[in-house]
Design a protein around this ligand. Sequence first.
Ligand SMILES: C[S@@+](CC[C@H](N)C(=O)[O-])C[C@H]1O[C@@H](n2cnc3c(N)ncnc32)[C@H](O)[C@@H]1O
Ligand code: SF4
Length: 446
Amino acid sequence: MNGLFDYINTELSRDPGICILTYPYSFAWEKTSEIEVKEVWTHFGGGNEVFAYVHIPFCSKECHFCGFHKFIGKGYATIRNYLTDLYAEIEIASPLLQKRSPLAVTIGGGSPSLLKADDMTTLLGNVYKSMGIEKSCEVTVEVYPDKLATFEKLTAMKEAEANRISLGFQSLNDKLKRICNRHDTVEDNLAAYENARKAGFDDISIDLLCGLPQQTMEIWQDSIKQTIELNPDQICFFPLSIRHPGIPFYEKVKHTLPAFEVLKKMYFWARKRLISSGYKQATRHNFKKECSRGLYEYHQSLGTPCLGLGVNSISFLPGYTYKNVKDLEEYSNSVRKKQLPVDTGFDLAKNAEDANAFVVKRLTFLSVDKNEFNSRFQKDFDTVYEAQIDALTKSGLANNNNFHFTLTEEGIYYTALVKRCFFSERLHKLQTERLGRLKPPIRNKN
Ligand SMILES: C[S@@+](CC[C@H](N)C(=O)[O-])C[C@H]1O[C@@H](n2cnc3c(N)ncnc32)[C@H](O)[C@@H]1O
Ligand code: SF4
Protein backbone atom coordinates (compact mmCIF):
# COMPACT_ATOMS: atom_id res chain seq x y z
CA MET A 1 0.00 0.00 0.00
CA ASN A 2 1.60 3.24 -1.11
CA GLY A 3 1.64 6.26 1.12
CA LEU A 4 0.45 4.34 4.14
CA PHE A 5 1.27 7.19 6.46
CA ASP A 6 -0.82 9.63 4.38
CA TYR A 7 -3.64 7.12 4.18
CA ILE A 8 -3.70 6.77 7.97
CA ASN A 9 -3.67 10.51 8.44
CA THR A 10 -6.65 11.00 6.15
CA GLU A 11 -8.58 8.13 7.75
CA LEU A 12 -7.98 9.53 11.22
CA SER A 13 -10.25 12.40 10.23
CA ARG A 14 -13.20 10.08 9.63
CA ASP A 15 -15.53 8.22 12.00
CA PRO A 16 -13.87 5.04 13.25
CA GLY A 17 -15.96 2.37 11.49
CA ILE A 18 -17.20 -0.92 12.84
CA CYS A 19 -14.98 -3.87 13.64
CA ILE A 20 -13.92 -6.04 10.70
CA LEU A 21 -14.43 -9.72 11.43
CA THR A 22 -14.31 -11.15 7.93
CA TYR A 23 -11.18 -10.76 5.87
CA PRO A 24 -11.42 -10.37 2.97
CA TYR A 25 -14.89 -8.88 2.49
CA SER A 26 -17.30 -11.28 0.84
CA PHE A 27 -17.41 -9.38 -2.47
CA ALA A 28 -13.94 -10.79 -3.17
CA TRP A 29 -15.11 -14.42 -2.77
CA GLU A 30 -15.81 -16.90 -5.54
CA LYS A 31 -18.39 -19.61 -6.11
CA THR A 32 -17.64 -22.69 -4.01
CA SER A 33 -19.08 -26.19 -3.90
CA GLU A 34 -20.04 -28.91 -1.45
CA ILE A 35 -17.06 -30.99 -2.60
CA GLU A 36 -14.60 -28.15 -1.93
CA VAL A 37 -16.07 -27.38 1.48
CA LYS A 38 -16.04 -31.04 2.56
CA GLU A 39 -12.45 -31.33 1.41
CA VAL A 40 -11.42 -28.32 3.50
CA TRP A 41 -13.15 -29.59 6.65
CA THR A 42 -11.54 -33.02 6.20
CA HIS A 43 -8.02 -31.67 5.85
CA PHE A 44 -7.92 -28.43 7.79
CA GLY A 45 -5.53 -30.01 10.24
CA GLY A 46 -6.54 -27.83 13.18
CA GLY A 47 -6.89 -28.97 16.75
CA ASN A 48 -10.06 -30.03 18.46
CA GLU A 49 -11.48 -26.58 19.07
CA VAL A 50 -14.52 -25.54 17.03
CA PHE A 51 -17.56 -23.38 17.54
CA ALA A 52 -20.81 -22.79 15.67
CA TYR A 53 -23.29 -20.11 14.62
CA VAL A 54 -26.97 -20.72 13.79
CA HIS A 55 -28.82 -17.95 11.92
CA ILE A 56 -32.51 -17.16 12.41
CA PRO A 57 -33.08 -14.50 9.73
CA PHE A 58 -36.49 -13.14 10.75
CA CYS A 59 -37.50 -9.84 12.35
CA SER A 60 -40.94 -8.33 12.80
CA LYS A 61 -39.87 -4.76 11.86
CA GLU A 62 -36.74 -3.41 10.20
CA CYS A 63 -34.44 -1.23 12.29
CA HIS A 64 -33.41 1.55 9.89
CA PHE A 65 -29.71 1.14 10.71
CA CYS A 66 -29.49 -2.60 10.17
CA GLY A 67 -27.52 -4.09 7.29
CA PHE A 68 -27.70 -7.70 8.45
CA HIS A 69 -29.33 -10.37 6.35
CA LYS A 70 -32.92 -10.76 7.52
CA PHE A 71 -36.50 -11.09 6.32
CA ILE A 72 -39.16 -8.78 7.71
CA GLY A 73 -42.76 -9.59 8.54
CA LYS A 74 -42.84 -13.19 7.22
CA GLY A 75 -45.72 -15.29 8.56
CA TYR A 76 -45.02 -17.92 11.18
CA ALA A 77 -45.58 -20.72 8.62
CA THR A 78 -42.49 -19.47 6.76
CA ILE A 79 -40.50 -19.47 9.99
CA ARG A 80 -41.63 -23.05 10.76
CA ASN A 81 -40.63 -24.20 7.24
CA TYR A 82 -37.25 -22.53 7.70
CA LEU A 83 -36.76 -24.39 10.98
CA THR A 84 -37.51 -27.71 9.28
CA ASP A 85 -34.87 -26.87 6.67
CA LEU A 86 -32.45 -25.73 9.33
CA TYR A 87 -32.79 -29.07 11.16
CA ALA A 88 -32.03 -30.79 7.85
CA GLU A 89 -28.90 -28.66 7.41
CA ILE A 90 -27.77 -29.26 10.99
CA GLU A 91 -28.02 -32.99 10.29
CA ILE A 92 -26.07 -32.80 7.01
CA ALA A 93 -23.46 -30.31 8.20
CA SER A 94 -22.70 -31.54 11.74
CA PRO A 95 -20.57 -34.50 10.49
CA LEU A 96 -18.14 -31.88 9.08
CA LEU A 97 -17.08 -31.32 12.69
CA GLN A 98 -15.85 -34.94 12.82
CA LYS A 99 -17.05 -35.44 16.36
CA ARG A 100 -15.43 -32.26 17.65
CA SER A 101 -17.83 -30.86 20.21
CA PRO A 102 -18.26 -27.05 19.87
CA LEU A 103 -16.95 -24.90 22.72
CA ALA A 104 -19.52 -22.19 21.99
CA VAL A 105 -22.68 -21.89 19.93
CA THR A 106 -24.66 -18.72 19.19
CA ILE A 107 -28.22 -18.70 17.91
CA GLY A 108 -28.29 -15.27 16.33
CA GLY A 109 -30.21 -13.20 13.88
CA GLY A 110 -32.36 -11.58 12.95
CA SER A 111 -34.44 -12.11 16.03
CA PRO A 112 -34.33 -15.70 17.33
CA SER A 113 -36.67 -14.66 20.17
CA LEU A 114 -39.47 -14.41 17.56
CA LEU A 115 -39.63 -18.20 17.79
CA LYS A 116 -42.39 -19.65 19.92
CA ALA A 117 -41.19 -21.29 23.13
CA ASP A 118 -41.76 -24.86 21.89
CA ASP A 119 -39.86 -24.16 18.65
CA MET A 120 -36.96 -22.69 20.60
CA THR A 121 -36.91 -25.85 22.73
CA THR A 122 -36.86 -28.06 19.62
CA LEU A 123 -34.14 -25.95 17.98
CA LEU A 124 -31.86 -26.07 21.03
CA GLY A 125 -32.56 -29.82 21.39
CA ASN A 126 -31.54 -30.35 17.77
CA VAL A 127 -28.37 -28.32 18.15
CA TYR A 128 -27.38 -30.18 21.33
CA LYS A 129 -28.06 -33.63 19.88
CA SER A 130 -26.70 -33.28 16.35
CA MET A 131 -23.52 -31.48 17.32
CA GLY A 132 -22.84 -33.55 20.44
CA ILE A 133 -22.83 -30.45 22.64
CA GLU A 134 -21.38 -30.96 26.09
CA LYS A 135 -22.45 -29.32 29.34
CA SER A 136 -19.41 -27.03 29.34
CA CYS A 137 -20.40 -25.44 26.01
CA GLU A 138 -21.44 -21.78 26.06
CA VAL A 139 -24.83 -21.62 24.32
CA THR A 140 -25.99 -18.06 23.61
CA VAL A 141 -29.32 -16.88 22.24
CA GLU A 142 -29.72 -13.34 20.86
CA VAL A 143 -32.91 -11.91 22.26
CA TYR A 144 -34.75 -8.86 20.92
CA PRO A 145 -35.82 -7.23 24.20
CA ASP A 146 -39.46 -6.55 23.33
CA LYS A 147 -42.75 -7.86 24.72
CA LEU A 148 -42.02 -11.34 23.32
CA ALA A 149 -39.06 -11.74 25.69
CA THR A 150 -41.35 -13.11 28.41
CA PHE A 151 -40.38 -15.02 31.53
CA GLU A 152 -42.02 -18.13 30.05
CA LYS A 153 -40.00 -17.93 26.82
CA LEU A 154 -36.73 -17.26 28.59
CA THR A 155 -37.46 -20.10 31.02
CA ALA A 156 -38.05 -22.41 28.04
CA MET A 157 -34.64 -21.38 26.64
CA LYS A 158 -32.97 -22.01 29.99
CA GLU A 159 -34.65 -25.39 30.38
CA ALA A 160 -33.49 -26.31 26.87
CA GLU A 161 -29.97 -25.52 28.14
CA ALA A 162 -29.18 -22.16 26.64
CA ASN A 163 -26.86 -20.63 29.23
CA ARG A 164 -26.21 -17.12 27.93
CA ILE A 165 -28.40 -14.36 26.56
CA SER A 166 -27.49 -11.36 24.45
CA LEU A 167 -30.00 -8.50 24.64
CA GLY A 168 -29.96 -5.83 21.92
CA PHE A 169 -31.07 -2.73 23.86
CA GLN A 170 -29.29 -0.40 21.37
CA SER A 171 -30.38 2.64 23.43
CA LEU A 172 -32.24 3.21 26.68
CA ASN A 173 -34.09 6.13 25.16
CA ASP A 174 -37.53 5.70 23.61
CA LYS A 175 -37.23 8.70 21.28
CA LEU A 176 -34.05 7.32 19.70
CA LYS A 177 -35.62 3.89 19.39
CA ARG A 178 -38.54 5.38 17.43
CA ILE A 179 -36.15 7.29 15.13
CA CYS A 180 -34.49 3.97 14.31
CA ASN A 181 -37.83 2.20 13.81
CA ARG A 182 -37.38 -0.08 16.82
CA HIS A 183 -40.65 -1.36 18.27
CA ASP A 184 -39.35 -2.08 21.80
CA THR A 185 -39.46 0.40 24.70
CA VAL A 186 -37.11 1.05 27.60
CA GLU A 187 -39.71 -0.59 29.83
CA ASP A 188 -39.62 -3.73 27.63
CA ASN A 189 -35.82 -3.81 27.80
CA LEU A 190 -35.75 -3.65 31.59
CA ALA A 191 -38.48 -6.29 31.84
CA ALA A 192 -36.58 -8.59 29.43
CA TYR A 193 -33.45 -8.26 31.55
CA GLU A 194 -35.37 -9.05 34.73
CA ASN A 195 -37.11 -12.01 33.06
CA ALA A 196 -33.76 -13.40 31.94
CA ARG A 197 -32.29 -13.14 35.44
CA LYS A 198 -35.43 -14.67 36.99
CA ALA A 199 -35.28 -17.51 34.45
CA GLY A 200 -31.81 -18.28 35.81
CA PHE A 201 -29.43 -16.75 33.25
CA ASP A 202 -26.23 -15.86 35.04
CA ASP A 203 -24.43 -14.66 31.92
CA ILE A 204 -26.15 -11.76 30.14
CA SER A 205 -24.66 -9.48 27.52
CA ILE A 206 -26.20 -6.15 26.46
CA ASP A 207 -25.62 -4.38 23.12
CA LEU A 208 -25.75 -0.60 22.80
CA LEU A 209 -25.16 1.69 19.83
CA CYS A 210 -23.00 4.78 20.00
CA GLY A 211 -23.53 7.59 17.46
CA LEU A 212 -27.27 7.24 16.81
CA PRO A 213 -29.13 10.13 15.17
CA GLN A 214 -30.03 12.80 17.74
CA GLN A 215 -28.00 11.01 20.41
CA THR A 216 -26.49 13.67 22.66
CA MET A 217 -23.67 13.08 25.12
CA GLU A 218 -26.24 13.24 27.90
CA ILE A 219 -28.53 10.62 26.33
CA TRP A 220 -25.53 8.37 25.72
CA GLN A 221 -24.27 8.72 29.27
CA ASP A 222 -27.73 7.96 30.59
CA SER A 223 -27.92 4.70 28.58
CA ILE A 224 -24.50 3.64 29.82
CA LYS A 225 -25.26 4.50 33.45
CA GLN A 226 -28.61 2.69 33.42
CA THR A 227 -27.04 -0.35 31.77
CA ILE A 228 -24.21 -0.53 34.32
CA GLU A 229 -26.78 -0.27 37.10
CA LEU A 230 -28.40 -3.46 35.84
CA ASN A 231 -25.03 -5.17 36.34
CA PRO A 232 -24.93 -7.33 33.17
CA ASP A 233 -21.97 -9.66 32.70
CA GLN A 234 -20.94 -8.08 29.42
CA ILE A 235 -21.64 -4.76 27.71
CA CYS A 236 -20.89 -4.23 24.01
CA PHE A 237 -21.16 -0.86 22.41
CA PHE A 238 -20.73 -0.51 18.68
CA PRO A 239 -20.20 2.68 16.72
CA LEU A 240 -23.25 3.03 14.49
CA SER A 241 -22.30 2.15 10.94
CA ILE A 242 -24.93 3.07 8.37
CA ARG A 243 -22.91 3.64 5.26
CA HIS A 244 -23.53 0.33 3.55
CA PRO A 245 -25.24 -0.60 0.33
CA GLY A 246 -28.91 -1.08 1.12
CA ILE A 247 -29.07 1.31 4.11
CA PRO A 248 -30.70 4.52 2.81
CA PHE A 249 -31.08 5.80 6.40
CA TYR A 250 -27.74 7.65 6.27
CA GLU A 251 -28.91 10.27 3.76
CA LYS A 252 -31.97 10.96 5.90
CA VAL A 253 -30.22 11.42 9.23
CA LYS A 254 -26.69 12.49 8.38
CA HIS A 255 -27.25 16.01 9.74
CA THR A 256 -28.42 14.68 13.10
CA LEU A 257 -25.52 12.30 13.78
CA PRO A 258 -23.24 13.26 16.69
CA ALA A 259 -20.22 15.26 15.55
CA PHE A 260 -16.88 13.54 15.01
CA GLU A 261 -15.37 14.90 18.27
CA VAL A 262 -18.53 14.14 20.27
CA LEU A 263 -18.55 10.54 19.06
CA LYS A 264 -14.97 10.11 20.17
CA LYS A 265 -15.71 11.64 23.57
CA MET A 266 -18.71 9.31 23.91
CA TYR A 267 -16.47 6.31 23.30
CA PHE A 268 -13.77 7.28 25.75
CA TRP A 269 -16.26 8.41 28.41
CA ALA A 270 -18.06 5.03 28.28
CA ARG A 271 -14.80 3.08 28.20
CA LYS A 272 -13.55 4.83 31.33
CA ARG A 273 -16.87 4.44 33.11
CA LEU A 274 -17.07 0.72 32.33
CA ILE A 275 -13.51 0.03 33.40
CA SER A 276 -14.02 1.93 36.67
CA SER A 277 -17.22 -0.09 37.22
CA GLY A 278 -15.35 -3.40 37.12
CA TYR A 279 -15.55 -4.32 33.44
CA LYS A 280 -12.45 -5.44 31.59
CA GLN A 281 -11.94 -4.37 28.00
CA ALA A 282 -11.71 -7.45 25.75
CA THR A 283 -12.03 -5.85 22.32
CA ARG A 284 -12.75 -2.35 21.06
CA HIS A 285 -16.47 -2.94 21.64
CA ASN A 286 -16.66 -5.63 24.36
CA PHE A 287 -16.34 -5.07 28.07
CA LYS A 288 -16.90 -7.98 30.41
CA LYS A 289 -16.96 -8.96 34.02
CA GLU A 290 -14.53 -11.70 35.11
CA CYS A 291 -17.48 -14.10 35.49
CA SER A 292 -18.59 -13.73 31.87
CA ARG A 293 -16.99 -16.25 29.58
CA GLY A 294 -17.70 -14.53 26.27
CA LEU A 295 -16.29 -17.64 24.59
CA TYR A 296 -18.12 -17.04 21.35
CA GLU A 297 -16.54 -13.63 20.69
CA TYR A 298 -13.20 -14.94 21.94
CA HIS A 299 -13.10 -17.85 19.51
CA GLN A 300 -14.42 -15.69 16.69
CA SER A 301 -11.48 -13.33 17.11
CA LEU A 302 -9.00 -16.12 17.66
CA GLY A 303 -9.85 -17.70 14.30
CA THR A 304 -11.06 -20.98 15.79
CA PRO A 305 -12.90 -22.96 13.08
CA CYS A 306 -16.59 -22.07 13.00
CA LEU A 307 -19.45 -23.95 11.40
CA GLY A 308 -22.10 -21.48 10.18
CA LEU A 309 -25.63 -22.82 9.79
CA GLY A 310 -28.69 -21.20 8.23
CA VAL A 311 -29.07 -18.80 5.30
CA ASN A 312 -26.11 -16.50 4.65
CA SER A 313 -24.12 -17.93 7.59
CA ILE A 314 -20.35 -17.75 7.33
CA SER A 315 -18.06 -20.68 8.19
CA PHE A 316 -14.42 -20.03 9.06
CA LEU A 317 -11.53 -22.48 8.79
CA PRO A 318 -7.82 -21.81 8.98
CA GLY A 319 -7.03 -20.78 5.41
CA TYR A 320 -10.58 -20.94 4.09
CA THR A 321 -13.83 -18.99 4.56
CA TYR A 322 -17.19 -19.66 2.93
CA LYS A 323 -20.84 -18.82 3.29
CA ASN A 324 -24.27 -20.24 2.69
CA VAL A 325 -26.79 -19.08 0.10
CA LYS A 326 -28.94 -16.05 1.01
CA ASP A 327 -32.20 -17.02 -0.57
CA LEU A 328 -34.77 -19.01 1.47
CA GLU A 329 -35.99 -21.05 -1.49
CA GLU A 330 -32.52 -21.88 -2.74
CA TYR A 331 -31.54 -22.86 0.80
CA SER A 332 -34.59 -25.08 1.15
CA ASN A 333 -34.08 -26.77 -2.23
CA SER A 334 -30.50 -27.57 -1.38
CA VAL A 335 -30.97 -29.04 2.09
CA ARG A 336 -34.03 -31.03 0.97
CA LYS A 337 -31.74 -32.71 -1.56
CA LYS A 338 -29.36 -33.34 1.37
CA GLN A 339 -26.77 -31.00 -0.13
CA LEU A 340 -24.82 -28.39 1.82
CA PRO A 341 -26.35 -24.99 0.88
CA VAL A 342 -22.98 -23.36 0.23
CA ASP A 343 -22.59 -20.34 -2.04
CA THR A 344 -19.23 -18.50 -2.19
CA GLY A 345 -15.88 -18.89 -0.48
CA PHE A 346 -12.32 -17.64 -0.35
CA ASP A 347 -9.16 -19.73 -0.15
CA LEU A 348 -6.89 -17.59 2.00
CA ALA A 349 -3.94 -19.94 1.73
CA LYS A 350 -4.10 -20.24 -2.07
CA ASN A 351 -4.38 -16.44 -2.39
CA ALA A 352 -1.49 -15.89 0.03
CA GLU A 353 -3.81 -13.94 2.33
CA ASP A 354 -3.69 -16.21 5.39
CA ALA A 355 -1.03 -14.21 7.25
CA ASN A 356 -2.94 -10.94 6.72
CA ALA A 357 -6.18 -12.62 7.82
CA PHE A 358 -4.45 -13.90 10.96
CA VAL A 359 -3.25 -10.41 11.92
CA VAL A 360 -6.68 -8.87 11.22
CA LYS A 361 -8.33 -11.45 13.49
CA ARG A 362 -5.82 -11.05 16.30
CA LEU A 363 -6.12 -7.27 16.26
CA THR A 364 -9.71 -7.70 17.41
CA PHE A 365 -8.11 -8.65 20.73
CA LEU A 366 -5.93 -5.55 20.48
CA SER A 367 -2.55 -7.26 20.18
CA VAL A 368 -0.58 -9.65 17.97
CA ASP A 369 1.77 -12.17 19.57
CA LYS A 370 4.71 -11.98 17.17
CA ASN A 371 6.22 -15.34 18.19
CA GLU A 372 2.92 -17.01 17.42
CA PHE A 373 2.86 -15.32 14.00
CA ASN A 374 6.49 -16.21 13.26
CA SER A 375 6.13 -19.87 14.13
CA ARG A 376 2.78 -20.28 12.37
CA PHE A 377 3.87 -18.69 9.08
CA GLN A 378 7.63 -19.27 9.23
CA LYS A 379 8.08 -15.57 8.49
CA ASP A 380 9.25 -12.66 10.60
CA PHE A 381 6.39 -10.30 11.55
CA ASP A 382 8.68 -7.25 11.71
CA THR A 383 10.05 -7.93 8.22
CA VAL A 384 6.74 -8.76 6.54
CA TYR A 385 4.94 -5.75 8.03
CA GLU A 386 7.79 -3.25 8.26
CA ALA A 387 5.82 -0.50 6.46
CA GLN A 388 2.68 -1.01 8.58
CA ILE A 389 4.63 -1.07 11.85
CA ASP A 390 6.49 2.07 10.92
CA ALA A 391 3.41 4.04 9.88
CA LEU A 392 1.17 2.85 12.71
CA THR A 393 3.72 3.44 15.47
CA LYS A 394 4.61 6.89 14.08
CA SER A 395 0.89 7.73 13.98
CA GLY A 396 0.57 6.77 17.64
CA LEU A 397 -1.87 3.93 16.93
CA ALA A 398 0.36 1.01 17.97
CA ASN A 399 3.41 0.02 19.97
CA ASN A 400 5.84 -2.61 18.77
CA ASN A 401 8.15 -4.37 21.23
CA ASN A 402 10.12 -7.61 20.92
CA PHE A 403 7.12 -9.82 21.60
CA HIS A 404 3.91 -7.96 20.81
CA PHE A 405 2.45 -5.51 18.36
CA THR A 406 -0.19 -3.77 20.50
CA LEU A 407 -2.79 -1.07 19.90
CA THR A 408 -2.51 2.15 21.89
CA GLU A 409 -5.68 3.77 23.35
CA GLU A 410 -6.01 5.81 20.16
CA GLY A 411 -5.36 2.66 18.13
CA ILE A 412 -8.14 0.84 19.99
CA TYR A 413 -10.57 3.58 18.94
CA TYR A 414 -9.39 3.12 15.35
CA THR A 415 -9.18 -0.70 15.39
CA ALA A 416 -10.95 -0.92 12.02
CA LEU A 417 -8.44 1.45 10.42
CA VAL A 418 -5.46 -0.41 11.88
CA LYS A 419 -6.90 -3.64 10.51
CA ARG A 420 -7.34 -2.12 7.05
CA CYS A 421 -3.62 -1.32 7.01
CA PHE A 422 -2.97 -5.08 6.99
CA PHE A 423 -5.16 -5.72 3.94
CA SER A 424 -3.16 -6.70 0.88
CA GLU A 425 -2.89 -4.01 -1.79
CA ARG A 426 -5.16 -5.97 -4.14
CA LEU A 427 -7.95 -6.35 -1.59
CA HIS A 428 -7.56 -2.84 -0.30
CA LYS A 429 -8.03 -1.54 -3.85
CA LEU A 430 -11.05 -3.74 -4.42
CA GLN A 431 -12.57 -2.54 -1.20
CA THR A 432 -11.96 1.11 -1.99
CA GLU A 433 -13.60 0.68 -5.39
CA ARG A 434 -16.63 -1.03 -3.91
CA LEU A 435 -17.06 0.94 -0.70
CA GLY A 436 -15.23 4.19 -1.39
CA ARG A 437 -18.36 6.20 -2.08
CA LEU A 438 -19.87 5.05 1.21
CA LYS A 439 -16.98 6.25 3.33
CA PRO A 440 -17.73 8.63 6.16
CA PRO A 441 -16.85 12.21 5.22
CA ILE A 442 -13.58 13.71 6.37
CA ARG A 443 -14.29 15.98 9.31
CA ASN A 444 -12.36 18.99 10.48
CA LYS A 445 -10.68 18.34 13.77
CA ASN A 446 -10.73 21.10 16.36
C1 LIG B 1 -26.82 -9.09 14.31
S1 LIG B 1 -27.51 -7.91 15.35
C2 LIG B 1 -28.79 -8.92 15.99
C3 LIG B 1 -29.38 -8.52 17.34
C4 LIG B 1 -30.87 -8.45 17.46
N1 LIG B 1 -31.54 -8.65 16.25
C5 LIG B 1 -31.31 -7.11 18.02
O1 LIG B 1 -31.39 -6.16 17.30
O2 LIG B 1 -31.51 -7.05 19.22
C6 LIG B 1 -26.27 -7.80 16.58
C7 LIG B 1 -25.92 -6.40 16.98
O3 LIG B 1 -25.34 -5.69 15.91
C8 LIG B 1 -25.43 -4.32 16.18
N2 LIG B 1 -25.75 -3.59 14.95
C9 LIG B 1 -26.79 -3.77 14.13
N3 LIG B 1 -26.74 -2.88 13.11
C10 LIG B 1 -25.65 -2.11 13.30
C11 LIG B 1 -25.06 -1.00 12.61
N4 LIG B 1 -25.60 -0.52 11.50
N5 LIG B 1 -23.92 -0.46 13.11
C12 LIG B 1 -23.36 -0.95 14.22
N6 LIG B 1 -23.86 -1.99 14.92
C13 LIG B 1 -25.00 -2.56 14.47
C14 LIG B 1 -26.55 -4.13 17.20
O4 LIG B 1 -26.02 -3.62 18.39
C15 LIG B 1 -27.09 -5.54 17.39
O5 LIG B 1 -27.49 -5.79 18.71
S1 SF4 C 1 -33.91 -6.60 15.13
FE1 SF4 C 1 -31.68 -6.85 14.95
S2 SF4 C 1 -31.41 -8.03 13.06
FE2 SF4 C 1 -33.54 -7.30 13.06
S3 SF4 C 1 -33.50 -5.44 11.88
FE3 SF4 C 1 -33.18 -4.85 14.02
S4 SF4 C 1 -30.91 -4.88 14.37
FE4 SF4 C 1 -31.35 -5.93 12.45
